[in-house]
Design a binder for this molecule. Structure first.
Ligand SMILES: Cc1cc2nc3c(=O)[nH]c(=O)nc-3n(C[C@H](O)[C@H](O)[C@H](O)COP(=O)(O)OP(=O)(O)OC[C@H]3O[C@@H](n4cnc5c(N)ncnc54)[C@H](O)[C@@H]3O)c2cc1C
Length: 384
């Protein structure tokens, strides 16, 4: 089957690219196909925190996050050894969704707006020719003028079309449980999230998180460890003992609750973003190496890719030579570059004394900087 555009993957990056096309170039959207290996609602390992920037992208698309069940975090604690700074907002510092619900909702919206989506079609091979792209899936063969790789951190599109490109992957592990599984009362912490950097001196280039989440009708928590690996060279340490240690400090016993892991590709301004006939978005291109925030950035990539595609079809030029500049100069690229820079600076620190100074002594200015860099990015519309 022949399409103008095939988008591989229907997470936030693929759905956002489709939704931006539907909003700005409905004719092109009608000649676009999204291929998805899973069937929505499908599980996706993710803590589900959506920053105001993400809500702002949704608002620009005419979408209302209130249609999806979510938990408001009104207090976010950024800690090192028990002390640090707190960001408080009456409405929400950020919101927490279940990814299976959020992604299925986004895909439903793209469908309603005229984009064709084939689920259960895993892409196996992608071949780029001068005049277009051939795509082989479990469900048949497709060809298109352009392919958009929105297929996540382990992107097949990236692997098959940009061989040899350096791989910049963060490591994440996660566990989640309801109140009854944890055995302690969670009601007092239902709107509180904690991001704890106490394991940096031991080589974790990141933090332990503790977020609220709604699991069915029950209050629950998601815990995990983000290890950025933004500073290359040092040996990665095992992450499961960090969770054990954090649980021991909080008196949580979680026997039998499984830990699962998944990588996240971090943004490298020198990494590949496109080749002729191929664009990458979201995790396939690279997201935040500082906190591992990917949902908002994936949504933002959709706007950049849609504009690039509209220009390409308008000019009948598919070399995508300008895409890197477009990414780097867009709000998304500017914030990702800043975060990559801060990540490389911060995660180099292993001295306990320096880290205590940053969190305990300079808590207020560091907190204000963090609030601007982490919470308020990308919110021209104050939508929370
Ligand atoms: C443990 C963990 C916790 C996280 N917590 C947060 C958080 O709290 N907040 C936040 O902002 N970010 C978080 N992230 C990051 C976030 O999940 C990702 O950055 C985000 O999902 C990227 O969106 P995407 O659309 O690029 O990719 P994905 O969401 O991975 O979507 C890719 C889609 O492509 C499909 N696909 C894959 N391969 C193929 C194929 N061969 N053929 C067809 N389809 C394919 C997949 O099924 C999937 O639907 C977390 C990540 C992890 C691992």
């Amino acid at each position: 089957m022949q399409y103008d555009i095939v988008i591989v993957g229907s997470g936030p990056a693929g759905a956002s690219t489709a939704l931006h096309l539907a909003q700005r170039a409905p004719d092109l959207a009608a000649r676009t196909l999204v291929l998805e290996s899973a069937v929505h609602p499908r599980p996706k390992l993710c803590a589900g925190g959506i920053m105001p920037g993400g809500v702002s992208w949704l608002t620009r698309l005419g979408l209302d996050l209130d249609e999806v069940p979510s938990t408001n975090v009104t207090e976010a604690h950024f800690l090192f050894e028990g002390r640090g700074f707190v960001v408080r907002r009456d409405s929400a510092v950020f919101r927490v969704v279940r990814r299976e619900q959020f992604d299925a909702w986004l895909v439903g919206k793209a469908r309603q707006r005229g984009v064709a989506i084939h689920e259960g079609a895993r892409v196996r091979r992608v071949e780029v020719h001068e005049s277009g792209v051939s795509i082989e899936t479990d469900a048949g063969q497709y060809s298109s003028r352009v392919v958009v790789g929105a297929d996540g951190a382990n992107s097949v599109v990236r692997r098959m079309t940009m061989r040899g490109a350096p791989s910049r992957l963060s490591r994440l592990i996660e566990a989640r449980a309801t109140q009854s599984q944890v055995g302690i009362d969670l009601t007092s912490s239902i709107h509180r999230a904690t991001v704890d950097f106490s394991w940096m001196p031991e080589g974790v280039q990141g933090y332990f998180w503790d977020f609220p989440v709604q699991i069915g009708d029950c209050a629950g928590r998601t815990w995990g460890v983000f290890d950025s690996r933004a500073c290359l060279g040092s040996r990665p340490r095992s992450l499961a003992p960090v969770i054990d240690d954090a649980f021991a400090r909080q008196g949580i016993h979680l026997d039998g609750v499984p830990l699962a892991g998944h990588p996240l590709r971090w943004f490298d301004p020198h990494g590949p973003f496109s080749i002729p006939n191929v664009l990458l978005v979201g995790d396939a291109a690279g997201v935040d190496p500082l906190l591992g925030e990917g949902i908002s950035f994936a949504l933002g990539y959709g706007e950049i890719a849609a504009q690039e595609l509209m220009d390409a079809f308008g000019n009948n030029q598919f070399d995508f030579e300008d895409y890197r500049r477009r990414v780097l100069t867009h709000r998304v690229g500017r914030y990702l570059r800043r975060r990559a820079w801060v990540a490389r600076l911060l995660y180099r620190l292993r001295s306990r004394a320096l880290l205590r100074c940053a969190w305990h002594v300079l808590g207020f200015p560091v907190g204000k900087l963090a609030e601007w860099l982490l919470v308020d990015w990308g919110t021209p519309l104050r939508s929370l």
